[in-house]
Design a protein around this ligand. Structure first.
Ligand SMILES: [Zn+2]
Length: 328
């Protein structure tokens, strides 16, 4: 599995910071940590298996974000994520991050985006991998903030930024509040993916598609319990960005045998497999693909179909898609 070419469409930058990098930056910046030992810091940034909810899961992002407040650190952390992905033969990755989480020391939204782009481009020149960026708007921030991210990020569309996302804590019925902001983003040229149906019901997936025009849904796992949402995803061919270990951690699913990925796939829903957060969930994409292979006995032919579907639903340009298809 490690050797196979891979596509990753749902990976959060701040959830995928190397633990040794957190310690290294903290030492350099005299940032006080409770310990400078790898195992102690791992406990602060990785969720335990007995994590109870998405809200508890999201607490693990506090420390990584403290070391992502300068251009240099943001660039380094992005470079390292692309490097880690390239080292397990991910050939294309869409990295998402919320610019407004990185402004504590005075960076502007544009400076944050440019720093991520610099790290991404440097790694893509060094390794056989291509990448694009998705700008995240936090649902625990205001609608005005979401609109600001969309406007400030506009000049980067076509230069590495491809899409917009809503992320963070999920409340039932969140979508309507952000309709204006996402409509604006689409008008400005962003593709749209929305976290929905992870910590709340399939109704949020229906809203994300019907109200926000989502082309892809982050997780969407709870459509398994709502026929109307399931049927809409199927009839619209909207893609689900599924993340098995993360869903186990946030208790979106109780045990891996009940993970609906393979059933969705067999029923011809558009599904992709992703890590969500490499550090917080302590996984890589190889790990996530192996979970599905081992628990559902998928074949090489299945893998090829899943890979090719993932290529089709990337937000990449046609040249990149042609290259990705040639790799399998
Ligand atoms: Zn996510």
């Amino acid at each position: 599995m490690r050797k196979l070419p891979k596509i990753e469409l749902h990976c959060h930058l701040d959830g995928s910071v190397r633990v040794e990098t957190i310690i290294d930056i903290a030492k350099k910046e005299n940032l006080e940590l409770p310990s400078y030992n790898m195992n102690d810091i791992k406990k602060l940034v990785q969720v335990p298996l007995d994590c109870t909810s998405l809200d508890e899961y999201l607490e693990k992002f506090d420390l990584p974000n403290k070391v992502m407040q300068t251009k240099e650190n943001i660039k380094r952390i992005t470079f390292e994520l692309v490097e880690d992905a390239a080292n397990e033969n991910v050939k294309y990755i869409e990295i998402r991050f919320a610019p407004m989480l990185h402004m504590e020391k005075g960076l502007s939204i544009k400076e944050v985006i440019q720093s991520v782009l610099d790290g991404m481009n440097e790694a893509c020149e060094m390794y056989e991998i291509k990448a694009n960026l998705i700008l995240g708007c936090m649902r625990n921030m205001s609608v005005e903030d979401a609109e600001l991210v969309a406007k400030e990020g506009k000049e980067f569309i076509g230069k590495g930024v491809v899409a917009i996302d809503l992320c963070g804590p999920e409340e039932e019925g969140f979508a309507i509040k952000y309709k204006k902001a996402i409509d604006l983003a689409r008008d400005l040229g962003y593709r749209v993916t929305i976290h929905a149906g992870e910590a709340a019901s399939g109704k949020n997936v229906i809203d994300a598609i019907n109200l926000l025009g989502a082309e892809r849904i982050g997780h969407g796992i709870n459509i398994k319990d709502m026929k109307e949402a399931y049927d809409l995803v199927k009839s619209t061919n909207v893609t689900l960005e599924m993340c098995p270990t993360s869903n186990l951690h946030t208790k979106a699913i109780d045990k891996v045998n009940n993970y609906p990925f393979f059933n969705f796939y067999k029923d011809e829903l558009s599904v992709t497999l992703n890590t969500d957060n490499r550090t917080v969930s302590n996984v890589d994409l190889t790990n996530e693909l192996n979970i599905i292979k081992e628990n559902f006995n998928t074949s090489e032919e299945d893998y090829k179909r899943i890979y090719l579907n993932s290529v089709d639903v990337t937000f990449a340009g046609e040249d990149t898609k042609v290259w990705l298809r040639s790799l399998i």
